[in-house]
Design a protein around this ligand. Structure first.
Ligand code: HEM
Length: 127
């Protein structure tokens, strides 16, 4: 039997739905909407590529955009602790929406939590 990575368990279809539902929540969140573009099509496309490789799937993001350098790519945006929590709350709700549950969800959410905290680049009062 072939060894499987988290990406193989979640699969392309559920990951894609998760990202779409996530950005529809982001676009309606009062703390997040102001720093995102109005049209999130391209953002969602890149996030699907990134999360595919984040979960051990093929390196789709790196193949097209080079090294992720996520913290550097987020520096132009005011990522405050409040916004990091808002991002995570949208993701938590999106995981509910697509019924991503169990160990995979716990593992994935934990890694996203670490990454979100790492993205923080401004205090709340500079948001
Ligand atoms: C891009 C906000 C956390 C992955 C962006 C953009 C914003 C943003 C405003 C630019 C959107 C655009 O112009 O298309 C935030 C906020 C976060 C956060 C407020 C809260 C902590 C994360 C996390 C990840 C992530 C945890 C990965 C697990 C990405 C990726 C892009 C992106 C892959 C596209 C980068 C590119 O343009 O190539 N984010 N982000 N972000 N974010 Fe985040």
């Amino acid at each position: 039997e072939q060894s499987s990575v988290p990406y193989d368990i979640i699969g392309e279809e559920q990951l894609s739905k998760l990202v779409d539902v996530f950005y529809s929540r982001v676009s309606q969140h009062p703390d997040l909407a102001p720093i995102f573009p109005d049209d999130l099509t391209e953002t969602a496309r890149k996030q699907k590529q990134f999360l595919t490789q984040f979960l051990g799937g093929p390196p789709l993001y790196t193949d097209e955009h080079g090294h992720p350098m996520l913290r550097a790519r987020h520096l132009p945006f005011a990522i405050t602790p409040i916004r990091a929590e808002a991002w995570l709350s949208c993701m938590d709700a999106a995981m509910d929406d697509v019924q991503l549950n169990g160990e995979l969800r716990a593992f994935f959410f934990e890694r996203l939590t670490q990454t979100a905290h790492h993205m923080v680049n401004r205090p709340d009062d500079e948001g």
